[in-house]
Design a protein around this ligand. Structure first.
Ligand code: NAD
Ligand code: GLY
Length: 367
């Protein structure tokens, strides 16, 4: 059953992002695509192991042939070296320009399969079926597709919009608990950037409510999609405004990198990075202490980590490698207030050092 639908209307593209209860309905969406020669589902065996039977039920009742391509799970496999095998499988399975790729999985699958679609025979159509909370609220919307190099994440990519996004809510029931943090951190990011009702709603929501209450989950997914779409519609290619979506990510990436992507999930690192961004906002743009208190309370209730435990110098060193570096200052997305972001704000190392030291020694329980 379709629960919600949002249309993303950008410069030269328009597609729906639909939230469904389950996969029952995917067949109709796929059948609505014109002139398709074959569907190629890109997924991994972890996800297929649980959902393949539902997917097959939809695909088998279509009169169009399909083929499943399995890739290995995990960020390390969203790698340029993994592309060739998939391109070869497409050729062997007669994928022509009318073939359609279906990305069935989380953000790793979505980014990778989307990149394959953007390059195979100079671009074929693709569809996103996100199965993680992060993919539902963030990565499936907006058309950023990419693979990693050994020398950096998402270093080779494209802006390539899907034909539609079909998010089956039931898939979240099997999502490991830690993976929820990734999606929740991005929802919180959207709430900080927009302020208003989404923020108010999150302030009265605990982690438990997300796991037990479908209504708040649906609301937050829909609002996140609405907010992200509104940004992408104005600035698909990150000429300016879209940069606000990097709130919290400069520090988040540095923490992930310092801890070799092993200690924290991406969401946990972004969560700490969001708090760094708010503390820097206070120091640089006069973001209020009351807002910091509100954010701390909210993120604690959502069980998102705030305190930094790593070596501060190492974090700053990794920030220096960040692509947003310019001259001797680092640039951040900061907030004047909730709902009032500023991107490209230069911050000196002394300020960053001061804030990170504070965040490391923070007595959160005492607040
Ligand atoms: P992920 O895709 O690695 O999925 C997390 C894990 O959960 C994987 O092991 C996966 O196999 C498993 N999984 C997926 N769905 C499941 C389900 N329903 N039940 C049980 N297990 C399931 O992680 P993610 O957080 O979804 O995505 C992270 C990626 O997204 C990163 O590569 C990041 O760069 C990218 N990203 C892209 C954008 C964008 O705009 N394109 C935005 C944010 C993040
Ligand atoms: N997740 C950042 C973006 O889509 O721009």
């Amino acid at each position: 059953m379709k629960l919600q639908s949002r249309q993303v209307n950008g410069n030269g593209f328009s597609y729906p992002v639909e939230l469904h209860e389950d996969l029952n309905g995917l067949k109709e969406k796929l059948a609505s695509l014109k002139d398709v020669s074959k569907f190629f589902i890109i997924t991994n065996r972890q996800i297929a192991g649980i959902y393949e039977k539902y997917l097959f039920a939809e695909l088998k009742s279509l009169s169009i042939p399909f083929h499943i391509i399995y890739v290995k799970p995990g960020e390390k496999n969203k790698h340029i070296d993994r592309l060739k095998k998939v391109y070869h499988e497409l050729v062997k399975e007669d994928a022509d320009r009318k073939a359609v790729i279906v990305a069935f999985g989380g953000g790793v699958i979505g980014d990778f399969a989307g990149f394959v679609a953007s390059t195979y025979q100079r671009g074929i159509r693709f569809v996103q079926v996100p199965t993680t909370l992060l993919a539902c609220v963030d990565s499936s919307v907006g058309g950023k597709v990419a693979v990693n190099l050994d020398l950096g994440k998402n270093m080779v990519g494209a802006f390539f919009q899907p034909e539609f996004v079909y998010a089956p809510l039931f898939a979240l029931s099997t999502l490991p608990r830690r993976e929820w943090s990734c999606g929740l951190a991005e929802i919180v990011k959207h709430a900080f950037l927009e302020g208003g009702e989404l923020l108010n709603r999150l302030e009265s929501t605990s982690r438990k409510d997300f796991h037990s209450g479908a209504e708040v989950l649906r609301y937050c997914i829909d609002e996140s999609v609405r907010f992200k779409s509104s940004v992408v519609e104005q600035d698909e290619r990150e000429g300016g405004l879209r940069a606000i979506l990097n709130l919290g990510h400069t520090t988040g990436h540095a923490i992930e990198s310092v801890t070799k992507y092993a200690k924290y999930s991406h969401g946990e690192a972004v969560s700490m990075g969001l708090m760094t961004a708010l503390l820097l906002s206070k120091s640089v743009l006069g973001f209020s202490e009351t807002n910091i208190e509100r954010a701390v309370k909210m993120m604690k209730a959502l069980e998102l980590p705030l305190k930094i435990n790593e070596k501060i110098n190492e974090i700053i060193e990794h920030m220096d490698h960040d692509k947003k570096k310019e001259g001797s200052t680092l640039k951040f997305v900061l907030l004047e207030d909730f709902g009032k972001p500023k991107f490209g704000v230069s911050v000196g190392r002394d300020k960053i050092l001061e804030v990170l030291k504070f965040q490391k020694g923070w007595d959160l329980l005492g607040r």
